[in-house]
Design a protein around this ligand. Sequence first.
Ligand code: NAD
Length: 308
Amino acid sequence: MRIAVIGVGHLGRHHARILATLPEVTLIGVADTNLQRAREIAEAHGIEAVTDPLALPGAVDAVVVATPTASHAAVATPFLEAGIAVLIEKPLARSLAEADALVALARRTGATLAVGHTERFNPALTAARPMLTAPRFIEGHRLGTFPDRSLDIDVVFDLMIHDIDVVLSVVDSGIAAIDAVGVPVLTPRFDISNVRLRFDNGCIANLTASRISRDRTRKIRFFQPESYVSVDFAAQELDVWRLVRPPAGAPSIEGGPVPVSRDEPLRLELEDFVAAAAGRRDATVTGEAGRQALELAQRITEQMVSVR
Ligand code: NAD
């Protein structure tokens, strides 16, 4: 499969690095409006560098779009129009209208459209998933230090959208209510935000995201009637505790760390995309799933009470 990476900044260079190692893939080129950056990455792989994605050499079977979110739709559209498989980094697009158009276009041409919600491939979450049978309360924290990128979007679209997507993949129910608060601290956008989602089935998800923290935290905890499942995305660690009711005597709480086969989530995401592009199956995170995460992120920001 001939694949190119479009946008080889912070994240795109990792896509290129990993794609170059996948047995089924030939990395044929990279495109970046910053030619120097494109050349640096291309030279490392002995491939061609271009500034215009449409000038990528020869025919491509698939592309990865890792440009800033504002350009996702414009960059991906010509490839989807040509029926070429596209993996678009999260968030899928800068607006719901653009996301709708991308999903509809992929459906019309039959092109695979996958969205880079990388945490879905985190081995700690994968190990936890069979245990997530009836979450009633979910607590998510995604905190980071102040970045030099993605400051043109609210923290909800940059960080919280990962947990929004994870929660939507776990809780199969509509949203009954949203309570959200955000604080613009160092930028005019929301730099820290908390949302409480109430689902139709009664489950509550309380998510906090911050890009102005001192430490880096990426954790989500699931509380169920008789068990507690804690996922640390950064450490790829899983803790599970269960209420054990013996036939006689007092109940006890038992559990602890569960072994996780650590792996690079981005590599798992790319392998999934390659399998989907080869027609073996749907991508795990489809365009529709990326659109749903974006829609909820948008609803959250629309209802955000701003604390200034
Ligand atoms: P970045 O600014 O470091 O890199 C973007 C690159 O795209 C730059 O090199 C820029 O020159 C290039 N570029 C800009 N417009 C272009 C265009 N029209 N055509 C070709 N190249 C273009 O940004 P980043 O941090 O790598 O983020 C890129 C995307 O990845 C964003 O959508 C971001 O939200 C997403 N992201 C996802 C994760 C994840 O965990 N899945 C993590 C970080 C970033």
